[in-house]
Ligand binder design. Sequence first.
Ligand code: C5P
Length: 228
Amino acid sequence: MQLSVALDLPTADENLSLATKLATYDDLWMKVGFRSYIRDGRPFIEAIKAINPHFRIFLDLKLYDIPNTMADAAEEIAAIDVDMFNIHASAGEIAMRTVMARLDKQKQRPLVLAVTALTSFDEEGFSAIYGKSIDEKAAQFAKMSYENGLDGVVCSTFESRAIKEVTSEDFLTLCPGIRPFGEDAGDQQRIATLERAKAEMVDFPVIGRPIYQDPDPAKKVAQILPLL
Ligand code: C5P
């Protein structure tokens, strides 16, 4: 497993100070979301890489638009030294193929993941839009992403193994809602420990609050890394 740290603090300075505290760990992924990217943009990505050039960047922008517009955005993302980004699976197969075809023209391309089901949905709200249960649709979206050349999906830890069964062991799963040692759930509904994430073959556990709310984030990461 490879640890992805969610840089969800309110300001660029606080996020960069967190990244600086973790600068001795080469193998980390840094998850940059909407808020940071909209406010702090490309210079923020460059500032993270300046702290440790080995840090890899996961740009969590969940693209959803017409295929050509998504491919244009994917091309721009590839140009800014981002290592992984995501799109909504519900954008469809043509969008997936158009994005991957455009990226395949690059010498080096970022990994591309698809968001299956947003965890904020309950079953009723989800089926009102997608007409199926969350589990059923998540598996279908994962299969579709796999067949159209994506590298993996964002999903819950508890779906990770089933998704690999309908795709491939190498199809990546990135899972939020991890509480490494059973820490406070916060607003997460279903949380998993790192032990469980490992058992479910998760590739990228995403961890935010248990790291950045810890008085010593570097020590916390030092405790997490041997368990990956
Ligand atoms: O602080 P915590 O470890 O709960 O952070 C999890 C991160 O994963 C946050 O950045 C959150 O927005 C993100 N996320 C999530 N659930 C999803 C998708 C993303 O918690 N389904």
